[in-house]
Design a protein. Sequence first.
Length: 653
Amino acid sequence: MLNLLYSQKNQHIMKKSYLILLLFSISFVFAQNNDNEFEKIVEAEMKSASNLMSIAVNPNTQNYNITYHRLDLTVDPAVYFISGKITTTYTALSNMTTLTFDMANELTVSSVKKNGVNLVFTESGNNELVITLPATQTTGTSATIEVNYSGAPPVNGFDAFTTQVRSNGSNTLYTLSEPFGARDWWPCKQDLNDKINSIDVYITAPSEYVAVSNGIEPEAPVVVGNLKTTHFHHGYAIPAYLICLAVTDYSVYTQTAGTAPNTFPIINYIYPESLASVQSQLDQTPLLLELYKNLFEIYPFHNEKYGHAQFGWGGGMEHTTVSFMVGFSRQLIAHEMAHQWFGDKVTCGSWNDIWLNEGFATYVASLVYENFDGSAAFVSDKTNMINNITSSTSGSVYLTDAEALNVNRIFSSRLSYNKGAMVLEMLRFKLGDAAFFQGLRNYLADTNLAYGYAQTSDLQTHLEAVYGSSLTEFFNDWIYRQGYPTYTITAQNIGGGQARFVVNQTQSNLSVTFFEMPVPIRIFGSGGQQQDIVLNNTTNGQIFIQNVPFSITSISFDPDKHLISKNNNATLDNNVFEIESALEIFPNPTSTILNIKLPTIVAFQKVIVYNTIGQKVLESNSANIDVSNLSDGIYPITVVTSEGTFHKKFIKK
């Protein structure tokens, strides 16, 4: 979500805010990367309120699962107030004598009923509604509770419930509950371990207004007197923070997405004074939906709708089936739409894993540059992300438990968004396009994750399955630990159509001792030739002998910006080539096989292995020697070649 453009005044309250005033103009020129716009996205999703939030999973709500909510809500955009009846069906996970909902202290409950019978309840003063059940409810049984409540939602920095007067004098109301604001305007279960299977939302408001919520309208609104009730049904699992409400004098602009027989409506709720100016921007929406379908799968909620509702916050919010938007630039639409797959269909299972929402949405929006604007635009966007990531030497993608209570850290544009996105780019580079995108499709299709919750380990499992090898070291270094590498690469022409490359790296943070990663370079020749080479860097000081079709005159490091790195140096060594420096033995240390690699202009003859007192312990005519029977220790070796004899050492472990 994007940083706020400005601090907003509610007609009833002065909202608490420390937001920086940003003067910006939205540009579609890719080189500018829409930095201010991106920061607005982050801020809207962050709902920056206070540095440290004392909100974690409420242990008092963990003994039940919600299967259904019906929200009967009455609001007036001209009045900062809400009243409602919330009907909740739930299943006990253990024997229960009380039922607890998250609910702001400022809301007042008038009654709680079960099967028409009033129940005893208390408002704990700890933002909880505690209901005493008439008898012990046993594990596995279900029940339905009806809560009637009303009140002016709290003014606490979340701005989860907002009324305002637009510049044209129109009254507007909207909600924005991520991450911890749902309880401010309705009694709910506010966590990341329970999705509601389905919801019905009935919004009653003055009849001159248009109401918006998740899902579809099964029937036309019902007008009684000067009030209109609009019904929305959403038949997919949804967490509390993605349930939304907006009411104002919207104009409705409808489009069609998909291809027969899988077409579905795009319903846009736009301020009437904005419709003419944003309609051409909204016309990008079907194109983006088609791109995402081709990259991943069909829009996850195609049985209902996709759409947008204009609102007064400074960015966007990916409410399921209807993203709330301050504006309609292509990249803002792209980011919030991407969340419908990554965040709404598959939701991060904890705030520690927030990058599964935000890193993905950022990267998928970057793929729009690649697919719509070309490789130069994509490289420019990645360059800006890398520069932001490496502006500090520390910080991990995955959050510690302490960090997961800090709203500013959860929604860190540098780490959760940009570093998360570039980690995906590195995984794509490491795995290759076919395996990477298939892994993501499998992740989205996993019946244990789809319309549910996922953790970082779930993504790793799916990517490993298509890659065929462990990604533990990659995830440890790039997701769970901190920092980035700085590379120094030297190239040297050695004749015979070969070149020697030496790769060294330093790390910006002590949490990582070495970043193993394929390293891309581009070499150039005097006749305008160029070739891309990938060096699979696993150790410091590693030497690579590569076939090259021309004499190298210069070298470029990672020209397409696949890696998070900084201050890299790639140079050409014009010194006379020495065979001994090109002789490579690897891996070193080794426990089984020792490999000897020479330039093609040098013929290997034999290798002799000695112990530390000079006794010969092994001799071979093969450049791949089995040393598994040797004791652990340091062994000198003699390599005999057509160009002379050379001496090296290796470690047997």
